[in-house]
Write a protein that binds this ligand. Structure first.
Ligand code: ADP
Ligand code: MG
Length: 489
């Protein structure tokens, strides 16, 4: 922070997120929507808009947006309208973008996030349907921005790809919350299977609206909007930078201008792009080519009934199975680990132990070997077998970790590995009894102390017994026998 006085300022953040849907075809025509690498090979008259190419809405895309809205707890409007948002840009051949305005498909939802154990509910203002633009590449100077570029290349493959925009209320209060919101939204969209939501590839991108105000005041400050932020880390950094910058300007007696800003990953700073346009500037009007969009009650119900399990539900289920918050989060983010976890727990293994193994030893091992856990030889059966061996006292938990990594490396089933490595614990009471009696006979002083009520020597005696047994006795049984034998002494 640049100012000592920052404590007296509070940040307000609202996020607009664009998500490209992975439909077969584009939003208003039959061209493929999976963008090919070769430029300008997937566009048609309806994308390029010469006269006389009417749009026809894509049913799969409508299903996609209804699915997202339903997962975010929105009201799904029975009827919504398409508008033309008018502006010129070379990658927008129609000179308008088909979007929604006053009557979007979905409204009034919410999303819960938690940062450092503190839960917050972030309101979702609306989720609306639009089409993506083409792609401009500004080349020959100016770090990819138009200003100092030599020329611009245009690729219309992306023009008309179905785009969903998700807008939050200004309910976010910190860069960390913004990041948590972005991460959770990405998980939800992926769980729904409607988009690959790849930030680095641009199929999900954030615009961050940021303002600051005096702590404790109600009125919102003037916001800036930082466009097209393409990673969760950048989202957090860009917002933190912007909060800091705005506080600096206000502390110096300046004013914040409402404007669109650009995040530069390399410099870690935002810079002004253009003064912010108001919605009036776009001369929105209802698209005369498109009828009101109807989503029947039956359609809404069907989507609701077929929603998959959402990340929050999955997280709650893992917590109920005994894992901590951090472990649950790792499992939610890895379908492969989650699958192993679920199969092992369904087979009777304790959730806490399996969770710790998978997110601790298994991940550490796979990083060393540079392969994914699911590409290792580890199976749910291995996990169950291993957990049972530890529960039955056949293996110490420390040895269990070694057996786990050996099983991942393909050395076989846990019991075989433990036997081959001579790690199996003796839980045969006869053998342990023999060793205990020997140790007690050798240490009469310790026995006397225990008899006099001083339990301290027990640890020492345990160590002696374990030494006699080459470290392979089940410590629980050793302790029990030691107690039994010294009690009456
Ligand atoms: P526009 O398209 O003009 O940016 P939207 O309504 O689509 O307008 O999005 C505005 C976003 O800015 C919303 O996420 C909203 O919550 C947020 N927002 C509005 N006012 C403020 C403010 N004063 N400070 C921070 N965020 C704000
Ligand atoms: Mg905006």
């Amino acid at each position: 922070m640049t100012n000592a006085d920052v404590q007296t300022w509070a940040a307000v953040i609202g996020i607009e997120t664009h998500v490209e849907l992975s439909t077969k075809s584009k939003m208003f025509c039959g061209r493929r929507a999976d963008i090919p690498d070769e430029p300008n090979t997937a566009s048609c008259p309806a994308c390029l808009a010469p006269p006389g190419a009417p749009p026809v809405p894509n049913e799969q895309a409508i299903e996609g947006i209804v699915t997202i809205g339903t997962a975010l707890g929105c009201t799904i409007n029975e009827s919504s309208l398409f508008y033309r948002k008018n502006y010129f840009y070379p990658d927008l051949p129609k000179n308008y973008q088909i979007s929604q305005y006053t009557f979007p498909v979905c409204e009034f939802g919410s999303l819960d996030v938690e940062v450092d154990g503190e839960p917050t509910t972030i309101g979702i203002t609306r989720v609306h349907m639009e089409e993506d633009t083409g792609k401009s590449s500004h080349v020959g100077g100016g770090d990819g921005r138009i200003h100092d570029a030599d020329h611009t290349l245009l690729d219309f493959n992306r023009a008309g790809v179905p785009l969903v925009e998700i807008v939050t209320e200004p309910d976010i209060r910190s860069p960390e919350q913004a990041r948590a919101y972005g991460a959770e939204l990405q998980r939800i969209v992926r769980a729904l299977g409607v988009s690959d939501a790849k930030l680095e590839a641009g199929s999900m991108r954030f615009d961050a609206n940021v303002s600051v105000r005096r702590a404790g005041t109600e009125t919102l400050g003037t916001r800036t909007e930082t466009k097209n932020v393409n990673s969760l880390r950048s989202l957090q950094r860009a917002i933190a930078f912007e909060i800091d910058r705005q506080i600096g300007v206000l502390e110096d007696g300046g004013v914040i201008v409402q404007e669109t800003r650009h995040w530069n990953e390399d410099t870690g700073a935002t810079s002004s792009m253009r003064t912010k346009e108001e919605s009036e500037d776009y001369r929105y009007f209802q698209d005369p080519d498109l009828l009101p969009l109807e989503v029947s009650a039956e359609w809404r119900e069907r989507v609701k009934a077929s929603l998959p399990e959402l990340p929050a539900q999955m997280r709650a289920r893992f917590r109920n199975a005994g894992v901590d918050a951090v472990t649950a989060e790792i499992l939610v983010d890895s379908a492969e680990l989650a699958e192993l976890f679920e199969a092992a727990v369904a087979g009777g293994a304790p959730g806490k132990l399996i969770g710790n193994w998978l997110t601790g030893e298994a991940i550490a091992w796979s990083r060393r070997e540079e392969i994914e856990v699911n590409e290792s030889d580890l199976t749910a059966e291995h996990l169950i077998e291993l957990a049972t061996m530890i529960e039955d006292g056949k293996l110490s938990s420390t040895a269990g970790k070694d057996v786990l990594t050996a099983a991942m490396a393909g050395e076989g089933a846990p019991h075989d590995i433990a036997a081959a490595r001579d790690l199996l614990q003796v839980s045969d009471e006869g053998a342990i009894l023999e060793a205990v009696d020997m140790v007690l006979a050798d240490n009469p002083d310790a026995v006397d102390k225990i008899a006099a009520g001083d339990d301290k020597p027990i640890g020492f005696l345990m160590g002696q017994v374990m030494r006699h047994m080459g470290g392979k006795a089940d410590p629980t049984i050793v302790k029990q026998i030691l107690r039994d034998r010294t009690k009456g002494a």
